[in-house]
Structures are given as C-alpha cells and as structure tokens.
Design a binder for this molecule. Sequence first.
Ligand SMILES: [Zn+2]
Length: 472
Amino acid sequence: MSILIRNAAAILTGLRGAGERHAGPDLRIDNGIIAAMGALTPQPGEQIIDARDCVVYPAWVNTHHHLFQSLLKGEPQGLDLSLTPWLAATPYRFRAAFDEHSFRLAARIGLIELLRSGCGTVADHNYLYYPGMPYDGSAILFDEADKLGLRFVLCRGGATRTRQLESELPQALRPESLDDFLSDCARLTARYHQAAPDAMRRVVMAPTTPLYSMSPEELRTCAREARRLGIRLHSHLSETVEYQNSARERYDRSPVAFCGEYEWLGKDVWFAHLVKLDRDEIGQLGATGTGIAHCPQSNGRLGSGIADIPALEAAGVPVSIGVDGAASNEAADMISETHAAWLMQRARRGELARPRALGGDSEGGADAARIEDVVRWGTAGGAAVLGLDAIGTLEVGKAADIAIYKLDDPRYFGLHDIAIAPVASGGRPSLRALLVGGRVVAEHDAIPGIDMAQLAAQAREAVATLQRRSGV
Ligand SMILES: [Zn+2]
C-alpha cells in the first residue's frame, strides 16, 4: 500500500537546525513508513493526496491531558479561580458526577478536538479512579482512541491519600490502596502496553501529584515498580508557588529535590507544568534528562505563570507540549496550544526586559521561541518524552504520522512564509488529511463515522446532566 502526498507548499520536519524545513514537495509512504521525500513521480496504483497550497507538519504529540474534563469547559464556579480552589470548584467537584456514558462522551470529544488540530498521539493523565468504580475508564479511553485510529498513552493516575481540598466536598471520592493502584498498573501494562518505538498503545504510571497523592515511601515503591514493569513515570509538578510552599514546609526542600530523593527523576520521567523552578532545580532536571509537558494555555488560564522553556532546554530537559484538561483550557487542541507557547515564551522574556539604567541589555523577547522550535517541541519533543522513537519527525524511515493543513481561511491570506501559518496565525486550519502510521484517519476535515451535530447535541445534554448531579 503506497500513498503519495504531492506538491506540498511547505514542509516543517520537527528536526533541529539545517533539516528543520524540507523542500519536498512530495512524500511517499510505503506500508505506513515514510519511504521517500523530494520530487517524486507517481507510481501505478498509488493513492494520491493532493497537497497543493497545503503545509505539512509531523502529526502533533500531546503529552498531557485529562480527557474527562472535555465536558467541563468554562465551568462558572471555577472560571476565575487559581489552581487549588479551582481544583475543588471544578474537576474534583464534578468527578463523582461522571458515569460510563459521560466519561466516554468526554473522551470522544477531547480526542476528536485534538485529531482535528492534527494531533496523532495523545497521552492522557486520567485520575478518575476509586474503589468499586462501576466502569473501566482505562478500557474506554483505549477503545475511543482506537476507533479514531490515534496512538494512545494512558498515564494511570490516582491517589492513596485524600487531599484536604477534596475531603471537604460532599461527593469526595475514596482513595485507593497502594496495592490496588499497583496491581491495576500491572494489569493495564500486561493488557495494553506495547514497548515498540511505534507503539499504538502505551501505559505509564502516574500518581496524580507527588506531593499530595501518596506518601514519600509509596512514591519510591511506585518508581521501582514502574521500572520493573518497563513503563514510564509521569505526574504534575511545580505548577504554582503552592508546590514550593508545600515541599518547603513539609519536607524542607524544593519539589524537584524531593522527587529526586524518592527516585522520581530520570529519562523515563516527565512532569506537566514545571512553571515555578529555581536554578538548582532546572540543573537537576537537565542533568537527569527528566522531561516537561509545557501547558501554556492552562498555566495562563489559571494564572499560574509561564515556564522558562529556553532555560530548561538549554539545561538539557526534553521539552514537549501538553494541552492539559479542558476544564482549565477552553481550547484543548494542539494548534491553540502551540500558538500560545510561541507568544507566551516571547512575552515572558520581554517581561524581564529592563531599562539600561537598571542593567538591562535587550529591548524585548522575540528571540525566545521560533516557530520551528515550537513545532519541534510539539512533535519530536513529545515523541522523545514518551519514548516513541519511530514518530515525531518527517524523515525517511519514520512512521508516517503526518498532518496536512489547507490554509483556506482569510486569516492565512497574505503570509510571506506559509510554512509558519498554523502556529503563527493560530485559529483552526482546515485539515486536508491526518495520517497515523500511514493510515488516513481524517480527510477534508471529516472523520469517518463521526456526526458532529449529533456530538454537539450529546455534549449539551451531558453538561446539563453533570450540572444537575453536582447540585448546580
Ligand atoms: Zn494536568
């Protein structure tokens, strides 16, 4: 089975340096693998995808999400709250209101939103687990991703401790025992986890947050068990100053130093956020090869701050992009997220500019992130933190995970360099096609078997049900 993507107007590869753009204009895919790039002649029987006036990127790799939150967008009680009170007001308050139907619907909406932005791989940090749960959320997530043809990484969240903010809620969920958490991670790994570099399914051990979800000794046990199982580790860290306060007050050290002490740093670990870090922590993350899922929209929406991505990358930290849950981010797609990353890194550096009289030496921060950097973080960077070495770049020999954008909206008209359009202009470019492992999973913005009007109606009904159940 051979596919020829023809006449692309521009190609960004996800690579660093001289190879970050490819002249193309054609790409050939054989048996799911990129077989050739250049000026290619069609072969008999080859399927042709006409990419005239289109921009071609590697399919995005989203490294941090909470799909169940796709039915909690713009929830009024949490809309203007910072992280900790927001957690109580929105995601934790609604957790017990989800049933099998609404959980599945939320997952489907979130995955479709991502797919239509050109995302081919989704890592979901699901923490909706409790003793005696009447449905298997893990199975639902793998099933929904499978139906859409997406690669899916389940970060199995959960907690053995109840946080204060949660225990005060009338519908607080009971925590799991460590044995139940670990045995479910082992069950999921045996059932779903594929070690191959082009895996369609992966499992990751991911207690919801190191500082609050478990005891330090339990964290260490988790790290050792994950390494014994051959799976990665993921969690939230240093999203706000509250992490710094807690680590200092309870353990007299920084959050990163705390994680290091309990074996939670390394090339097989990545953390969402890492907004609030000191110099030593950046050095320790870099020295150990611990990765980041940078979530600029959620960090902006919750007023948490802006992670210093150039400093982290310079220290050797693998950088990736995550959309985070849609309850703290009303547009959980990879185009909005990378657009925000591009702007916010520049704004952050500009915010630090000082007049010469105060020792400043630059006018602004436009050198903080180029479009090619942001594309690399969102594609090759994501593949690196997930250990999916066969994807993330457009190169001969790599799996054909490819997004093709047609720039037919006025917001893309008048550009001098069309290659940067999807990230620089934002919005939602039409998806000419999305390929995952060489399989066309969407074409001309349509996903086979998905009725968008019906999905919208189901979402409206589910939101009303969730509000009723949560006592609104
Ligand atoms: Zn998160």
